[in-house]
Design a protein around this ligand. Structure first.
Ligand SMILES: [Zn+2]
Ligand SMILES: [Zn+2]
Length: 235
């Protein structure tokens, strides 16, 4: 019933060019045309830094050590992919999005000698509030984390949970307000898992970085030694 409904509302057509496809939403030429981000930036001040490391000036406000952003929201196809994935319940879109992240990470591996598997990191998805996940049927960040983990043969860690909603970040103007708005929204239920580990925190979209930063804070309180954010785009 649900599949029939999805078919009716979202027939398999390419999100990029509109061509009818067989059980997918993005044709190969449109996938090939998706941009990957060439410059990485500090989460706080957006200045370019090597591999998106948090700069020394932003260190006192941000706990997140590093942020990698795969692509660019300004690209129309990327924006549509992420919106449809997030708001229209199309779990199939985890496939092109995670393949794009492999392309980006391979590019970093070649250019900057970056390694996804160094230190055997644990992949953790930014959690949704439970009722929201039930309503949607899946957590889009978790689908991405699972797919990336499979590709690099890494482990996915569950145990970071969301305990409340909070005001939508977009409504808040300044940085201190945004950073404190997310305080207390997350908790760890399985601290042992995170102790002494390097964490790659996965989300579909990063806006101010406040959510990733708060998750990083909770993870470090549970003993994580390094937390890197990985987002598909920055909105
Ligand atoms: Zn196409
Ligand atoms: Zn900075």
């Amino acid at each position: 019933m649900f599949n029939w409904f999805v078919d009716l509302i979202f027939p398999y057509r390419c999100i990029g060019c509109g061509k009818y496809l067989d059980k997918k939403y993005l044709c190969q030429p449109c996938f090939n045309a998706l941009p990957i981000k060439k410059q990485n930036e500090c989460v706080g001040c957006h200045r370019p830094t090597p591999l998106g490391k948090t700069c020394t000036f932003c260190r006192d406000q941000y706990v997140l050590d590093q942020l990698l952003v795969v692509s660019d929201f300004k690209n129309h196809t990327i924006a549509s992919l992420i919106r449809l994935f997030k708001y229209r319940f199309l779990p199939d879109l985890a496939d092109p999005l995670s393949r794009l992240s492999f392309k980006y990470l391979d590019h970093l591996a070649k250019r900057d000698y970056f390694s996804m598997v160094q230190g055997n990191p644990l992949l953790v998805a930014v959690p949704l509030y439970k009722t929201r996940e039930y309503w949607r049927g899946f957590n889009q960040a978790e689908l991405l984390a699972q797919s990336i983990a499979r590709h690099y043969r890494l482990e996915v860690g569950t145990g970071l949970i969301r305990t409340a909603h909070g005001t939508p970040q977009a409504k808040l103007e300044d940085r201190p307000e945004r950073l404190s708005n997310v305080r207390g929204l997350f908790a760890c239920v399985n601290s042992e898992l995170f102790r002494g580990r390097s964490i790659i925190l996965v989300d579909d979209v990063c806006t101010t970085g406040a959510t990733l930063n708060e998750c990083a804070r909770i993870l470090k309180d549970s003993g994580a030694v390094h937390v890197m954010g990985l987002a598909m785009a920055r909105g």
